[in-house]
Design a protein around this ligand. Structure first.
Ligand code: MG
Length: 475
């Protein structure tokens, strides 16, 4: 009897929370965001025994939401800089068209979709309630949502607000956790110090930037503890046993999360980015951007996107998968937030065939400016040249997307000069670097957290090709 007791005790000690007690977690991203900012956290939840189906992401058009809700954001003290600078890309006609739709209708549509996701998730899991996590603009959305009706609030067990709304009361009856990062990394003006959500558990990570806070391991530990009352077994993303992993995800349009239709081809590649086979291992028709496949664990792949009605070839690279991953997001650029238009003049130049155009993405700001609270800078090397400088990647710019291209298609680099056309846009920056379209491009990140990650990719010419490399936010 004593032995059985010991066995049960050990079992409980190992399994901090049994699967039946877990509730589904639904993530809502911020401006310009997608489910991609929750990928690492989702993998940490499953590393701690959460079934993969329990982790969901809710995506919406952040341009429409940002424009329509702007008044509220401003009232809450969030500067319009956060919401509105993205729209400098947009034509005034498009903005006016978006604003024609009444605010109540925009909210009703978005909330209706969120209602459906929550109801489906509850039905599938059999859970009594869900836990909601919002980041940045997503925290404003969630606060509006839970306060919009008692029925909606009754389905929410915990509310978690990551580096977003403050100065408001936590919703009555819903335990709320608010975590705040370093203020300087929010690309907005006029932030008051001492942010808090009244009646919530407020936690401060002053050593973290805005998107880093959403994807980081310490944030996961806080979330897990708040939801489950105990510490997680691990904050690592554990390698799964077996040879294969299930990979599910979506190509999404930057900032609007609109569908991306086209074709996806997947090639296994070697350490130098060279295709191991002439023929792709997967060819998938993308109707709404979604894909699902089985891949080899630990193998490097190239994901090639051919969009419908577009002559460009997009080559995506990212770290190998180590466990089932149902939250993969590849960003594409489509109207109305077609950021790629900013580099189109160079792409159309006859010299474009001589240079490589890259977009480097990391959901942990690439920080080139030293800040005493954060205590370190990132170095991002392209063929041995560090482009993550204080000028290109200042803390206030919160650079999650770094464009590398030969400005003016003149065969010359100039890292001293800001690429002004990217200046109004939050979360992204650009470096004028001439990368010869010859051989390979070597990319290395030396992270401010101490880690290092490298990619070698073919030097595809910018005239027809775009290279998108996603660095890991865990490094
Ligand atoms: Mg140049």
């Amino acid at each position: 009897m004593r032995r059985i007791g010991l066995v049960i005790y050990l079992f409980l000690a190992i399994q901090a929370v049994s699967a039946e007690e877990l509730r589904p977690v639904i993530f809502v991203h911020g401006l310009g965001g997608s489910g991609g900012q929750f990928e690492s956290q989702a993998l940490r939840f499953t590393s701690n025994g959460y079934p993969a189906e329990y982790i969901k992401v809710f995506e919406y058009d952040t341009i429409t939401w940002g424009l329509v809700m702007e008044t509220d954001l401003a009232l809450s003290g969030l500067s319009s800089v956060l919401g509105i600078n993205l729209t400098k890309l947009l034509d005034e006609k498009i903005i006016n068209k978006i604003l024609e739709e009444p605010r109540e209708e925009v909210m009703a549509k978005v909330f209706g979709r969120l209602d459906r996701l929550i109801d489906e998730t509850l039905a599938e899991s059999g859970a009594d309630k869900v836990d909601l996590v919002g980041h940045s603009m997503g925290t404003f959305l969630l606060m509006e949502y839970v306060k919009s009706s008692p029925e909606r609030a009754s389905k929410v067990a915990h509310l978690i607000l990551l580096d977003g709304i403050w100065g408001v009361d936590a919703p009555e009856g819903i335990p709320t956790l608010a975590i705040f990062g370093n203020l300087k990394s929010l690309p907005a003006l006029e932030f008051p110090e001492g942010r808090e959500v009244h009646g919530a558990t407020n936690v401060y990570f002053n050593n973290m930037t805005h998107v880093q806070l959403c994807t980081a391991a310490p944030t996961f530990a806080e979330m897990y503890k708040f939801i489950n009352g105990v510490k997680p077994d691990t904050t690592d993303i554990l390698h799964q046993s077996g040879e294969y992993v299930k990979v599910k995800g979506k190509f999404v349009a930057f900032a609007t999360n609109a569908k991306v239709s086209g074709w996806l081809r997947v090639y296994p590649i070697d350490e130098n980015g060279k295709r191991l086979r002439w023929f792709p291992v997967k060819i998938i028709r993308l109707w709404d951007g979604s894909f699902e496949m089985t891949l080899k664990k630990g193998q490097r792949y190239e994901f090639v996107l051919i969009k419908d009605f577009n002559y460009m070839v997009y080559h995506y690279y990212r770290a190998p998968f180590v466990r089932d991953d149902l939250w993969v997001r590849f960003l594409a650029s489509t109207p109305p937030a077609d950021v790629e238009l900013l580099i189109t003049p160079e792409r159309l130049s006859p010299n474009a065939k001589n240079a490589v155009g890259l977009l480097l993405v990391r959901y942990k700001e690439m920080l080139g400016e030293y800040d005493v609270d954060i205590g370190g800078v990132d170095e991002v090397y392209v063929n041995g040249i560090n482009i993550c400088t204080a000028k290109i990647c200042p803390i206030s710019k919160a650079v999650n997307g770094l464009w590398v291209f030969d400005r003016f298609a003149d065969g010359k680099s100039n890292l001293e000069k800001k690429v002004l056309r990217f200046s109004p846009l939050p979360f992204m920056s650009a470096a004028d670097l001439f990368v010869p379209a010859d051989g390979v491009v070597k990319l290395t990140v030396k992270s401010r957290s101490g880690g290092m990650e490298s990619f070698t990719v073919p030097a595809w010419p910018a005239s027809r090709h775009s290279v998108i490399v996603q660095f890991s936010d865990t490094i």
